[in-house]
Write a protein that binds this ligand. Sequence first.
Ligand SMILES: [Zn+2]
Length: 217
Amino acid sequence: MAFPEAGVAQLLADCKRHCCVCWRWCGSKMHLHHIIPRAQDGPDEIDNAIPVCLDCHAEIESRGNLGRQFSQAELREHKRRWLEICRDQPDVVIQSNRAATATGPLEALLSELEYNAILLTGDDHRTDYATLVVAQFERAIAANALSALGTPARERVYRLYKLISETADLIRSRMIHPPDGGSSNTISNQIRDKRVELRTQVASTIACLREALGGAQ
Ligand SMILES: [Zn+2]
């Protein structure tokens, strides 16, 4: 079951494809959240839908017990206010576009993992591997965005980036001691093994994150 197409089209146009909670522009990455969840028999009626970005959706679905959770009444109010702004104050929409064009941290983390998966393809016997990127993980930590994930998904992300950091250390140490036989060859073998392990871990972490954020679509 899903929300009715005609109602969805109207709602997406009315919110100008912006998140009703943080006012970020979402484009095709818009999520429709059930204000009364399906698990509580929330209907697939458009009145029960609120357009949100992936990061806000993760926050709304979060069951962590630090801080305050989003209530259904609050979500209705966010939706009502944003739709009112879109209708009556288009200048506010333009300003919010200027202020908040950045992609949300969890969404950017998923993109970073997909890029890392590409960096891990190819020959494991080469020696000039690109270092995997970690900027969006650091951003997600700084923004405390990972707290919106359940514990298993969060810990999986932590373990993956620990492995990435161990691999980067090995690559650095090989740069200091270029291969000349002996211990450097051991380092090369360790890097190769890490890359094989990383390939599996990156793929499974992407799947796990998609599933954790998935209630989401
Ligand atoms: Zn948002």
